[in-house]
Structure formats: structure tokens, C-alpha cells
Design a protein around this ligand. Structure first.
Ligand code: ADP
Ligand code: MN
Ligand code: MN
Ligand code: MN
Ligand code: MN
Length: 360
């Protein structure tokens, strides 16, 4: 443990977590704030939640989260998905993913879910599946990658990717805890691996249908921050946490439609490439902040400005997996999004580019 100010006593906490709570249910409402971060607060309910309708709307002080002015600060929380709470096992407690709405009946400026939901519902017949690869870096209390020498650097990249053993991987306990916690919550977490830069990791969520990918990915990020908090580590989703010859972090976005997954699907994948090639700038605009720092054309990235695609090519904007090209159907991987991008914005613009815009 790096020098930190944690004064927690897990044994004491265990004692209180085990206390019975009667028929009461704790619902922790989670939302996205004005700086791409997450916030949450808890509400006691009187009975088990069995449908979204059981969850009342709520509100918070948007002037404290960069989401509203002080003189009109109430922002509405509208529940859109809920999950068993892995931090409060033993009751019917839940984590609730929420949309944010203004008092004027319009989505909050940072509510990117709403528009994505509109476009996805309009094109629901294509049955979009998404699988995202979330890369992230664990930092110590002072903000330096966990396990790196104090004010120094580890040996060059090479032994760390999918590595095992002391000095090759750091904080596996956090990764394991997060994996199991996501599973318990019913998040469709499909795997995890250590990444190329030491203290950098990846997990995958998906395939999920339509808007649920965004809900599950955002909740998996909440769970990651929450788990890391218990270990005194910080999570950063910055796309290039350490400048120089150290890999950046992405959010590779795997996409398929019903047509692409069926026999002869390759021609739909090729048609999608044609459409994507015409909207490079529009996609990059919502593929995460500081993505230019990561997309240098080195470290398995492509050009920031130019769209390219190829079979099994990890240096192109979009990669079609070799197995899909061989079978003539499947999915494609958009390698451009940065690790800090909003999955609602990514999946929303993919559907928009492939199927057409919808007036919200
Ligand atoms: P990589 O080889 O790029 O590291 P990963 O194994 O990390 O790939 O991630 C692949 C992702 O693709 C997973 O999240 C998986 O759920 C997703 N995926 C697999 N099949 C499909 C599909 N047909 N449509 C969309 N996503 C898919
Ligand atoms: Mn108060
Ligand atoms: Mn991967
Ligand atoms: Mn990766
Ligand atoms: Mn990938």
C-alpha cells in the first residue's frame, strides 16, 4: 500500500454489513456528472424492487456537480437500469443507473444516454450488439502508476501484457475483486487481462444489446472506482496516462448487427466500412478527450485523421477479426475510442452512421 490516508478497519465494517435490515432496501442511485465522472447517493426503500417502475425519480444538487447553475440547481434522476449491489450483500440492495434531466423536461447537457436511446429504438430491428474493451490504469495515492518505482520507471514494456508474477503485474487483487463484483451485479463482463503498460489492465463488457451496453459499462466503471477505493488505489481512464514509450488506453468497440452475424454478413460489414470512412471527424469528436495523445500511429494505434480498415490489422482504425473474414460473417472492432469515452456516445454514433440519424 502506498502512503495514503486510509484508516479503514475491514473487520469492523464486516460486523455492520452483516446486520439485518428488515424489509428495507438500499438503492444507490448512480449518475454521470459534468466532468465524465460518476456520483452516487443512497435511498432507503420499503420493499424489494422487481421492476423499474418501483424506483421513484429523485434529484440532486446539480450546482455541486458542474451540471446546473446555483439558482436553478435541481437535476432530476430517472432510473434506467438496476443491478444487485455487490457491496451490500445480504439484503435486496441494488445499484441504480440513472439518466439526468432538467426541470424544463429536457435531458441534462451531460445526459448522452437519451439521444443514443432514441436512435437505437428507431433502428431496433437491426439488433445491434456491442462488446467494449475497457482499458484503465491503477495509480497510487500520489497519482503515480501503482507498483512503479517512486519517481522512476520500470523496465521497458514487454513482460507485462497478460503477465504473471511479482514485478510483472500489479494490483491483481483489485482486478479479481472487480471481476467477481461485476459478475455478482449481473454485468455481462466477458473477460479481463493485464495490459502492455505495467499497472494497466483491461476488462471486456459484452456482447450487450443496444443501450444496455452503455448502462452496464458505466456501472462497471462505478464498481471499479468503488473497489479500488477499498484498496486505496486510484483508477484513471486517461488515454495516455504516461507520455513517451508507454502504451495508451483505449475502449475498443466491437459491433455487429443481425445482418452481419448471419450467413453472408461480410457484405454488410464492408458497407459499414464505407459509411464509417465518410464520418471520421464526427466519430473522433465523441471518441474521448486527449485521444490525439494516444493515437500517434504507434503502440497499436492508427492515424487520428484518416480512416482505415483491414483484416487482422491492429494498426488500422477498424479491424475485422481474421476468424470473421474467414467465416464471411461476424463483427468488426472500432479501435479508435479512447478509454475515457462515453459508451452511450460511441454506440449512439455508430448506430447513427450505419443506419441514419433520427430527430430526438
Ligand atoms: P481483442 O482481441 O481485440 O483483445 P477481446 O477478446 O478483448 O478482443 O474483446 C472482444 C469483444 O468483442 C468482447 O467484449 C466480446 O463480447 C465482443 N464480441 C464478440 N462477438 C461479438 C459480436 N458478434 N458483436 C459484438 N461484439 C462482439
Ligand atoms: Mn443536503
Ligand atoms: Mn482486448
Ligand atoms: Mn487491450
Ligand atoms: Mn481489441
Amino acid at each position: 500500500m502506498a502512503e495514503s490516508t486510509i484508516l479503514s478497519n475491514t473487520a469492523n465494517l464486516e460486523k455492520y454489513l452483516k446486520l439485518p435490515q428488515g424489509n428495507k432496501v438500499i438503492a444507490e442511485y448512480v449518475w454521470i456528472d459534468g466532468s465524465n465522472g460518476l456520483r452516487s447517493k443512497c435511498k432507503t426503500l420499503n420493499k424489494k424492487v422487481t421492476s423499474l417502475k418501483d424506483l421513484p425519480e429523485w434529484n440532486f444538487d446539480g450546482s455541486s456537480t458542474g451540471q446546473a447553475p446555483g439558482n436553478n440547481s435541481d437535476v432530476l434522476l430517472r432510473p434506467c437500469a438496476y443491478y444487485p449491489d455487490p457491496f451490500r450483500v445480504g439484503g435486496d440492495n441494488i445499484l441504480v443507473m440513472c439518466e439526468t434531466w432538467g426541470p424544463d423536461g429536457k435531458p441534462n447537457a451531460y445526459n448522452f444516454r437519451h439521444d443514443a436511446d432514441v436512435v437505437m429504438q428507431a433502428h431496433a430491428s437491426h439488433e445491434f450488439w456491442f462488446g467494449l474493451e475497457q482499458e484503465y490504469t491503477l495509480l497510487d495515492f500520489n497519482g503515480w502508476p501503482y507498483g512503479w518505482p517512486k519517481s522512476g520507471f520500470p523496465a521497458p514494456q514487454g513482460p507485462y501484457y497478460c503477465g504473471v508474477g511479482t514485478g510483472r503485474v500489479f494490483c491483481r487483487d483489485i482486478v479479481e475483486s472487480h471481476y467477481k463484483a461485476c459478475m455478482y451485479a449481473g454485468i455481462n463482463i466477458s473477460g479481463t487481462n493485464a495490459e502492455v503498460m505495467p499497472a494497466q489492465w483491461e476488462y471486456q463488457v459484452g456482447p450487450c444489446t443496444g443501450i444496455s451496453l452503455g448502462d452496464e459499462l458505466w456501472m462497471s466503471r462505478f464498481i471499479l472506482h468503488r473497489v479500488a477505493e477499498e484498496y486505496g488505489a486510484k483508477v484513471t481512464f486517461a488515454p495516455k496516462p504516461i507520455p513517451g514509450d508507454w502504451n495508451g488506453a483505449g475502449l475498443h468497440t466491437n459491433v455487429s448487427t443481425k445482418e452481419m452475424r448471419e450467413e453472408g454478413g461480410m457484405k454488410y460489414i464492408e458497407a459499414a466500412m464505407e459509411k464509417l470512412s465518410k464520418r471520421q471527424a464526427e466519430h473522433m469528436a465523441v471518441y474521448g478527450e486527449d485521444n490525439q495523445l494516444r493515437m500517434t500511429g504507434k503502440h497499436e494505434t492508427s492515424s487520428y485523421d484518416k480512416f482505415t480498415w483491414g483484416v487482422a490489422n491492429r494498426g488500422s482504425s477498424v479491424r475485422v477479426p481474421r476468424s470473421c473474414a474467414q467465416e464471411g460473417k461476424g463483427y468488426f472492432e472500432d479501435r479508435r475510442p479512447a478509454s475515457n469515452a462515453d459508451p452511450y456516445q460511441i454506440t449512439g454514433i455508430v448506430v447513427e452512421t450505419l443506419c441514419g440519424m433520427v430527430e430526438g
